[in-house]
Structure formats: structure tokens, C-alpha cells
Ligand binder design. Structure first.
Ligand SMILES: NC(=O)c1ccc[n+]([C@@H]2O[C@H](COP(=O)([O-])OP(=O)(O)OC[C@H]3O[C@@H](n4cnc5c(N)ncnc54)[C@H](OP(=O)(O)O)[C@@H]3O)[C@@H](O)[C@H]2O)c1
Length: 532
């Protein structure tokens, strides 16, 4: 049976990608991967409990995993398999899509969850892991194909990758069954040099086609819908360029603070944590040219072209085009919250930015002269991720003429979260004898139109098991994003005023972020409160 394409995709590459047999298509057009074992490093941690295992459980319950599927958790903590399963059960109860845990399904699923403890740099631990995988595959308790998931803090990535290479588990370049693939969590490096080092080490153990650099944003349905909106509707593409678009805004606003991850955030800041990855992906999907095909290489080729067309912001220009902020104590949802410097694990004199706003340009034919305004922050007024395309105003000849004043231009907004959907602002005549015109919002909400979408991790784990790399970041893409961000980081370090501006928690960031747009005669998009 030929593979049946899934929503936005994307059959495994024609190069075969070490497949033993083609994935099988289900009746609703969704493919089920061939048998594989998921090996999670850092299996005692937060990501495994809150995201990975609930996602895998939901896939299992939806019949999207093969019966031979198994999970082997590997981490340094000592625990029994029962303890491991009990911990994961609480995660599934709390975070799975299932409204309540079905005991029979859970017991069947739990019997496929295994745990091993070992160090990440210990050859004997990896020998034991290899033996276990081979034995399990032989006895039908697992499968010979292995998907490794690096769910540890990045400090352990190198040791794990090296151990996988040395133990033979990486199976680099074998080109035949059974396959090994590796999913590697963000952050991918902390600057260009460290990203290059990590790529070098990864590619010493694995081939690029075995590597899946994950950014869960790309697994979100609404993010994928950007491509559908642009390229499956004939009305948008003719308008999607400098002739009709005045500017573009991208906002990634979080209400949460550092959530107990102060030491990590101190080393990262908003530029590394959000701008270099999530925001660059969103920008690429909005700005890229139509790919030759919806396959991994064609899509990623176009994304890389956008990154390479970004006008560099040299360190000495950072003070003009980039605003950095840090939250101080304030109020969110009626509750007082502490300032960043009072969070656990944060230095009392920290200069780490929790907010960034910037103006950038994509110097290519399509976008010449169109500003893209990006902003992201923690402890903002509301949680929302939204892209808005602001079209040029109409000539002020008919309706926009004085004394009525200019009409508000059309805006197309793509809401990534919450209330994911799309809205369009356009002008309507208010009924009555006068020519009174007002803006109106036409709205499409995913939740109203469709059943609840799968979580991003479900989609991404399934794609990796199917060998589809479209929604994962290629090595040149990650390096191109760092190449853009690095001079900004350098400029921030060298700023005479190295301290970011402050903003109260629960606000929209420092006043300088507003000034950035006001200087160009523009404003940040008004924000709607999420529906209750
Ligand atoms: N949590 C999330 O929601 C989330 C979201 C996006 C991305 N991520 C990324 O996913 C990865 C894992 O996140 P997490 O929140 O699960 O992390 P975590 O809970 O801090 O760590 C996961 C596991 O890694 C091991 N570990 C922790 N610190 C270590 C160290 N210094 N050296 C070696 N091993 C260490 C621990 O297991 P043992 O001590 O038992 O070995 C721990 O249980 C990180 O790269 C993170 O950036 C997480």
C-alpha cells in the first residue's frame, strides 16, 4: 500500500532513510510507523513526565503506534520499573488529552514502559542498554528500530551523543535496517560556536538524516497552518509582499515567570530562549518563498534562505533596533508576583533580559523595506502568540479623506495560542444614512471548527518515527539563526548601559518597546483578552 500523506506532509524521503518496511496507512489517511523503541535519556525529568509520555500515551490510545512499541527510560537516578511507571502515570493523568485514565489502556501501555539507570558517559551503561534493546527486540518486548530522545539539560548532550556513537547504537551510515534516529531538545547551543560544535559531534555519530532537532513550536497545528493559509489559498500570495504589506508583527508573550528554572534562564535570557528558535521559525514560515514541494529538504531550504536574507544587526547598532527589558514585581490576574531578580536562582544584580523587542528587515525581493517587529517577554499582561500582517492603507481619496481621517488598514492575524485561529480586520459601513465606516473583525477559531488538536509533541514524535524531518531544524538552519542572533548578543554585552530597561510584571514590556514602533508611526497590535 503506498504511504498516504498526512495533514501537512510529507512522506519519508525517497532516499529510504533506513526503513525496514513502509509505514502503514490507517483508514483516515494517517500513517502508523513501523515498530520502534523510544529510548528517553533524562527519563526521570520534567519533560518526560509532563510532555513526552503523555503524548506517547495519547498516540497509543489513538492507535497511531505499532503494537511492538516500547519505551526505555534511561537516567542516572536509581528507581525500579514500578516506581518509574507510577511517576509517569501521574503525568499521564494530569497532562494527557484523555479526560480520564482508562485503566485497561493504561495497564497495557504501562507494560511497555521500562527503566534503566546509568551514567551518560559510562560505556558499560550503554553496553547494557544495547544488550537490553537487542534482547527485547528478539523477545518481542521491543523493536529493533530505535528512536533516541535527548531529554536532559544540554550539558549532557555531548556525553550521550558520544556514548551512542562509541557503543554502536547510533548505527551511523549503515543505510540498512534496523534504523536509529535521534531527537535532540532545545536549546541547540548557546551561540554559533557551541551550535557548530554540537552539530560536529552529532554528525560524527549520526548522519544528518538521522537527526531530528526539535522545537515544539513547529509541532503546533496553527504554526503548520501558516503554510496552508499562504499556499493553499489563492487570494493571499499576490498580496504577500512589499507592495501590499506595510509591516509584520510577531508577539510571543508569556504570563509565567521563570517557573523554578532561574539558573537556566540566567544563562539563556529571552534572546536565546525564544528569539533564536521559536521566533525565527515563525518568521521563516511567514516570509519564505513557496517551497518546491512539501518535503523536508524543500521546506527547510526556503527557511534557510529567509535566515540568510536577514539584514544583520551589528553589535554597535543594537542600542537602536533592539529593546531589552527585565520584569520587576507587579500584578498578574489580581496576584502580586515577584520581580525577576527576586526569583530563585537569579542573581540580585542580574542583567539577563526577560523581554526583547526588535525591528528587522529581510533583504530580498519580496520583503525589501518591510519592517518586521518582534517582541517576546515573560510576565506579560496576557499569554499569547500571534503574527499579524498589516496591509498598507488605502489611498486617502474616497473613504479615508479628511475630515473623517484615515481608515484603519486591513490586518490579517494568525493566533498561535491561545484560541488558535485566524482573523481579518476589514472595514464595513455602519447601517444608516451616513457613510460611517468602522473596522470589523472576521474570525475563525480552530476550537469552533474542529475537535481538539493533538499536542505538538505527539505530532513531532510521530513524525520522527515516520522519518519525516520537515518540522525539525536542519544543521544549517540552526547555525543561520545563531549567526543572526549572535551579533545582537554581543552588542548587548558591550552596551554602555548593559542593564535592560525594567517593566512591571503584568504589563506589555518597557516603554521603549512602544517607542520603537511609534518612531515609525506605528503601534503594536491591540491585544484581545483570551476567551473564557
Ligand atoms: N520541561 C519542559 O517543559 C521543556 C520544554 C522544552 C524543552 N525542554 C528541554 O528538554 C530538556 C529536558 O528538560 P527537563 O525540564 O525535563 O529537564 P530536567 O527535569 O531538569 O532534567 C531531566 C533529567 O536530566 C537529568 N539531569 C538533570 N540535570 C542534569 C545534569 N546537570 N547533568 C546530567 N543530567 C542531568 C536528570 O536525570 P538523572 O539525574 O536521573 O540523570 C533529570 O531528571 C532540556 O534540554 C530542556 O531545555 C524542556
Amino acid at each position: 500500500m503506498p504511504p498516504v500523506p498526512r495533514t501537512l506532509a510529507m512522506a519519508p524521503d525517497a532516499d529510504g532513510d533506513q526503513a525496514t518496511s513502509a509505514p502503514s496507512g490507517s483508514s483516515d489517511g494517517v500513517m502508523v510507523p513501523e515498530p520502534f523503541t523510544l529510548v528517553v535519556f533524562g527519563a526521570s525529568g520534567d519533560l518526560t513526565r509532563r510532555k513526552l509520555v503523555p503524548a506517547v500515551y495519547d498516540l497509543w490510545c489513538d492507535g497511531l503506534l505499532p503494537p511492538e512499541f516500547a519505551v526505555v527510560g534511561y537516567a542516572r537516578s536509581t528507581k525500579t520499573e514500578d516506581e518509574f511507571r507510577a511517576g509517569l502515570r501521574t503525568g499521564v493523568e494530569e497532562f494527557s488529552r484523555a479526560e480520564s485514565l482508562d485503566e485497561v489502556s493504561w495497564q497495557r501501555f504501562a507494560s511497555r514502559l521500562h527503566y534503566m539507570s546509568g551514567r551518560y558517559d559510562d560505556p558499560s551503561g550503554f553496553r547494557a542498554l544495547r544488550k537490553r534493546l537487542e534482547d527485547d527486540a528478539e523477545q518481542g518486548a521491543g523493536a529493533a528500530n530505535v528512536l533516541f530522545y535527548l531529554a536532559t539539560p544540554p550539558g549532557s548532550f555531548q556525553a550521550i551523543i558520544a556514548s551512542l556513537g562509541e557503543s554502536g547504537l547510533a548505527r551511523r551510515g549503515t543505510g540498512v535496517a534496523p534504523w536509529s534516529r535521534i531527537i535532540i531538545e532545545k536549546p541547540f547551543g548557546r551561540d554559533l560556536a557551541s551550535a557548530r560544535d554540537l552539530n560536529r559531534e552529532l554528525l560524527a555519530a549520526f548522519d544528518e538524516r538521522q537527526v531530528f532537532r526539535i522545537d515544539h513550536y513547529l509541532g503546533k497545528e496553527t504554526v503548520q497552518n501558516i503554510l496552508v493559509l499562504r499556499f493553499a489559498n489563492s487570494i493571499f500570495d499576490p498580496l504577500w509582499n512589499a507592495k501590499y504589506v506595510d509591516h509584520v508583527q510577531v508577539t510571543v508573550a508569556e504570563q509565567v515567570g521563570v517557573e523554578g528554572r532561574g539558573p537556566y534562564y540566567e544563562q539563556a535570557g529571552a534572546l536565546r530562549d525564544i528569539v533564536q528558535n521559536h521566533m525565527m521559525h515563525l518568521l521563516c514560515l511567514v516570509a519564505m518563498e513557496p517551497p518546491l514541494a512539501l518535503d523536508a529538504e524543500a521546506v527547510r531550504d526556503e527557511k534557510v534562505k529567509v535566515l540568510r536574507s536577514l539584514r544583520p544587526i551589528p553589535p554597535e547598532c543594537v542600542a537602536e533596533g533592539v529593546v531589552r527589558g527585565q520584569y520587576v514585581a507587579g500584578e498578574i490576574g489580581g496576584e502580586r508576583v515577584p520581580g525577576y531578580r527576586d526569583e530563585d536562582g537569579v542573581a540580585a544584580d542580574s542583567v539577563t533580559e526577560t523581554f526583547v523587542a526588535m525591528k528587522l528587515f529581510i533583504d530580498n525581493w519580496r520583503w525589501a523595506g518591510v519592517p518586521f517587529y518582534l517582541r517576546t517577554g515573560k510576565r506579560m499582561a496576557v499569554r499569547m502568540t500571534e503574527i499579524s500582517i498589516h496591509f498598507k492603507p488605502i489611498p486617502q481619496v474616497l473613504f479615508g479623506a479628511p475630515p473623517r481621517g484615515p481608515l484603519q488598514p486591513n490586518v490579517l492575524s494568525v493566533r498561535i495560542q491561545p484560541n488558535d485561529g485566524i482573523s481579518m480586520r476589514f472595514q464595513v459601513k455602519v447601517p444608516g444614512p451616513a457613510m460611517q465606516i468602522e473596522p470589523y473583525q472576521m474570525d475563525f477559531g480552530y476550537a469552533d471548527a474542529f475537535r481538539r488538536a493533538p499536542e505538538a509533541y505527539e505530532r513531532l514524535i510521530l513524525d520522527a518515527a515516520l522519518g519525516d524531518r520537515t518540522l525539525f531544524t536542519r544543521s544549517d538552519e540552526v547555525e543561520a539563526a545563531w549567526a543572526f542572533v549572535e551579533p545582537i548578543l554581543e552588542g548587548c554585552r558591550g552596551c554602555p548601559d548593559v542593564c535592560p530597561s525594567t517593566y512591571p510584571a503584568g504589563s506589555w514590556g518597557p516603554a521603549e518597546a512602544d517607542t520603537l514602533l511609534e518612531a515609525d508611526g506605528r503601534k503594536w497590535m491591540l491585544v484581545r483578552r483570551p476567551k473564557k
